[in-house]
Design a protein. Sequence first.
Length: 190
Amino acid sequence: MKRQSLLLLVFAILLVPALRAGEDAKKVSDFTLDDYNGVKHSLSDYKSSKVIVLMFIATQCPVSNAYDDRMVALQKDYAAKGVTFIGINANKQESAEEVKNHAKEHGFVFPILKDWNNVIADRLGASVTPETYVLNSKFEILYHGRIDDSQRENRVSSKDLRAALDEVLGGKPVSLKETKAFGCSIKRVQ
């Protein structure tokens, strides 16, 4: 009888946190922002995607700009797998026209939205560019952090965003749910 009780206790210890993990998942509430052409985009417009990646990016930040080609490659590699990429520019000094020109120059084919008053950046706690959030179709945050571990592409040893996307698309839980994003601080309106 003691052995059964011990097994039940071990089972409960292992199962309860797993059940709570689903309940405690942080969710992003729906939002609407204009892109650089003034067209409104709501997060709910993309709910049919398997995965949504929100990327806080900048036009003037050298760290964010070092990732431009990697962002294009990520979108190219994962779009056909049901992943939607959405860029968000929350820097007060970067105009919609500047964001538009930057997107064209670097071949961004994903929407870039302008968060003029830092509402979404504040809601998510985004602080630097680039900084990413991986969401499922329920808008639960599955991964938050950096794209990879080095601004210099030839020094990358950990492709964190790709690993998270591969795990989600493979039906697995994300093993590393958060990493420290690094880059230029988001220039807020305050």
